[in-house]
Write a protein that binds this ligand. Structure first.
Ligand code: NAD
Ligand code: LMR
Length: 344
């Protein structure tokens, strides 16, 4: 019997070893989102239950002691899929050969701020990190930007990494999509698992548009299930201002839900969205008239490691006005960070 179980044990190891470990970098790894995110990545929720990972964790020097503690706890969790953990304050080490990068590290806002108020403090971080990605990451790296204002920070990182195709940079609006699903679930009594294809246009800001027109709730169109007044009123406002509401209530910005959304975003990009529409902010290629290069949230489907914008959806006058509003805000932000987009 003991021979059998040893054989069984070595078989499990062989299966785990079948795939080559991928390198996953997380910045701000000792912060609140990092603390929730790392355990989900380590357990296989993001890249697959058979995909080993090497975690490459970045902090700034004042965060290194906290990072040591996080790394102790990760090791103490003995995840079978974790084949290595590196902690560093050097982005050239953290991003070295990275296959996937979560750009989280940056300051969160306080309740008296808008996310765009963070651009002066956080924008410059993404210049250096963009350059490091350009210098050392895998040519196929997938980058998700979470640190706020995430659309414009992704724009800055992308601009500073000319070697990496723009299609490999993204910013996170999946938390906004998940909030929209959560609101629909609560207001219909239908579980989140039966709500599909509600997605976000635009900026991760109060101007965002959670578009309900193609969403289904247990197989019925959301526009038949809910009143238009609610969809364009309380629903839209609740989703768009949820970040502030969490900060006011919790005294800190969303962390567990943000980490969960980052996992959803990267998991679907990596493993496919199974035909579902998901929200991803991507550098525009002119889709829906959005100026080229602006990092804008679009409806996407993911397959074979590629995110494709769903084109040709009808745009009514309300949707067009929301798209225009978001373009205007993002153009202003782009102008404000012009100096950070010029490669020296
Ligand atoms: P936090 O303050 O708890 O943690 C941030 C961590 O980043 C800290 O440990 C800090 O030392 C580190 N850090 C700061 N500058 C860094 C740098 N240059 N390189 C590496 N690490 C650095 O904050 P948090 O709650 O984890 O939030 C992080 C960011 O994510 C904030 O900007 C927040 O606004 C944003 N956020 C975005 C979304 C979204 O939906 N896009 C959701 C929630 C939070
Ligand atoms: C969120 O949406 O929860 C985050 O972007 C944090 C914030 O500042 O709102």
């Amino acid at each position: 019997m003991s021979g059998d179980s040893e054989e069984g044990a070595s078989k499990v190891t062989d299966e785990t070893d079948e795939k080559k470990a991928i390198r996953v970098a997380v910045t701000g790894a000792a912060g609140n989102i990092g603390y929730a995110l790392l355990w989900r990545i380590a357990s296989g929720d993001c890249f697959g239950k058979d995909q080993p990972v090497i975690l490459q964790l970045l902090e700034i020097p004042p965060g290194m002691q906290r990072l040591d503690g996080v790394m102790m706890e990760l090791r103490d969790s003995a995840f079978p899929l974790v084949h290595g953990i590196i902690g560093t304050d050097d982005s050239n080490i953290a991003f070295s050969d990275a296959d996937a990068i979560f750009l989280v590290g940056s300051r969160p806002r306080t309740k008296d701020m808008d996310r765009s108020d963070l651009v002066a403090a956080n924008g410059p971080i993404f210049v250096g990190q963009g350059k490091a990605i350009d210098a050392v990451a895998s040519a196929n790296v997938k980058v998700i930007t979470v640190g706020n204002p995430c659309n414009t920070n992704a724009l800055i990182a992308n601009a500073n990494a000319p070697r990496i195709p723009s299609s490999q940079f993204s910013a996170m609006t999946r938390l906004d999509q998940n909030r929209a699903v959560g609101q629909m679930a609560e207001h219909s009594g239908v579980p989140a698992s039966k709500i599909h294809d509600v997605f976000i246009w635009g900026n991760h800001a109060n101007t965002m548009y959670p578009d309900p027109r193609f969403a289904t709730v247990d197989g019925r169109l959301a526009t038949d299930v809910f009143e238009t007044d609610w969809l364009r009123g309380a629903f839209l406002d609740t989703v768009a201002t949820r970040g502030k509401a969490v900060i006011v209530s919790r005294g800190a910005s969303s962390a567990a839900s943000a980490a969960s959304a980052a996992v959803d975003h990267m998991r679907d990009w990596w493993q496919g969205s199974n035909g579902r529409i998901v929200s991803m902010a991507l550098p525009s290629e002119g889709w829906y008239g959005v100026p080229e290069g602006l990092v804008f949230s679009f409806p996407c489907r993911c397959e074979n490691g590629k995110a494709t914008v769903v084109e040709g959806l009808p745009i009514d006058s309300f949707a067009q006005s929301k798209i225009d509003e978001n373009v205007a805000v993002l153009m202003e932000e782009r102008e404000a960070v012009g100096g950070l987009l010029e490669i020296s």
